[in-house]
Design a binder for this molecule. Structure first.
Ligand code: UDP
Length: 304
């Protein structure tokens, strides 16, 4: 079995490569390294079942030989990154997904799309079920990511319906763990770095907005289950333990015994007010639920 992971040198992609190599698959990891890093896969490069190819999947993908699965994880994924690379984000979600699907079709491989809770935008219902259509500002700063992923879902379903490709879509909610870039701007690495240096913890807005944080091991476990399921519709994967950002800041200060003070900064445009996955489908269809609480996950991350 030979699998391609696009974005394989990124945070989630590299953990997925680890899992697949651990399960005995051959893995081709493809990444253009704009937000991914070779440091994330350095431990794998000597493995005879692992190959790294530096390539931007927004351009045509050529792979010689057979391929059994295309797992499309390439994309800038943190708000700071997709604001820095708006056009690359739009291209990898659209052209990159088109190229990855074309490859899966040509190779008669299965296909899995890494989608996102961002497709729900600033949701008007909470928690979010897969049936909710979302509330996205197409022309706002986050639109580049949200709309690219919405297009990616649409073309994935079209390839499933028209060409019969066996496709899966995972809607990934906020996830965290080792290998997140310290400077990727996301809330957990930001707060941990600030707390460790006893620098002010920067809360955007009043900190009353909520997120639900899933530890990477739980997420990978869910993705793996979805890969081998017969589910073709989108599946939410995330931890339904909803936390206010202010509460998260206090937790991290306590866990790190930091002397940091909390400071309040302007809320970024279109920052969702709530976000929490309804995981009824994941529980029912792929028998998955997260096992690692936020407290445990943060401790694991801090000791990694
Ligand atoms: N946030 C914050 N301080 C930071 C970084 C982020 O208060 O230093 C907030 C951000 O405004 C958002 C939440 O934390 O409401 C989660 O942000 P993140 O960038 O991690 O991911 P998002 O869920 O917005 O994609």
């Amino acid at each position: 079995m030979r699998y391609l992971v696009t974005g394989g040198a990124g945070f989630i992609g590299s953990h997925l490569c680890d899992k697949l190599i651990g399960e005995g698959f051959k893995v081709i990891c493809m990444d253009n390294l704009i937000t991914g890093s070779l440091d994330n896969i350095r431990h794998l490069v000597k493995n005879k079942n692992f190959i790294f190819i530096k390539h931007n999947v927004s351009n045509k993908i050529n792979i010689k030989g057979k391929l059994d699965y295309v797992l499309h994880f390439a994309s800038p994924a943190s708000p700071v990154d997709y604001l820095k690379y708006p056009i690359q984000t739009l291209k990898v979600g659209s052209l990159g997904t088109y190229n990855a699907l074309g490859l899966a079709k040509a190779k008669k491989a299965k296909f899995l799309l890494a989608s996102t809770s961002e497709i729900y935008g600033d949701p008007l219902v909470n928690p979010q079920r897969e049936e909710y259509y979302g509330n996205v500002n197409s022309i706002g700063p986050r639109g580049v990511y949200d709309e690219a992923k919405r297009f990616a879902e649409a073309i994935t379903m079209a390839y499933h319906r028209v060409h019969g490709v066996d496709t899966k879509i995972v809607r990934i909610f906020n996830s965290y763990g080792p290998r997140m870039r310290q400077d990727d701007g996301r809330v957990i690495p930001n707060f941990i770095l600030q707390a460790m240096k006893n620098k002010p913890i920067t809360i955007y807005g009043k900190g009353l907005q909520t997120r639900s944080f899933c530890y990477i091991n739980d997420l990978i476990d869910g993705i793996y289950k979805l890969m081998f399921s017969n589910v073709n519709g989108p599946i939410n994967l995330g931890n339904p333990e909803e936390t206010q950002i202010l509460e998260l800041a206090k937790k991290i200060v306590a866990l790190t015994r930091s002397k940091s003070k909390i400071v309040f900064k302007p809320l970024p445009e279109d920052d969702p007010k709530v976000r929490c996955p309804d995981i009824t489908k994941a529980k029912r269809l792929i028998k998955w639920h997260p096992k690692i609480s936020l407290e445990t996950g943060l401790s694991l991350l801090l000791s990694s």
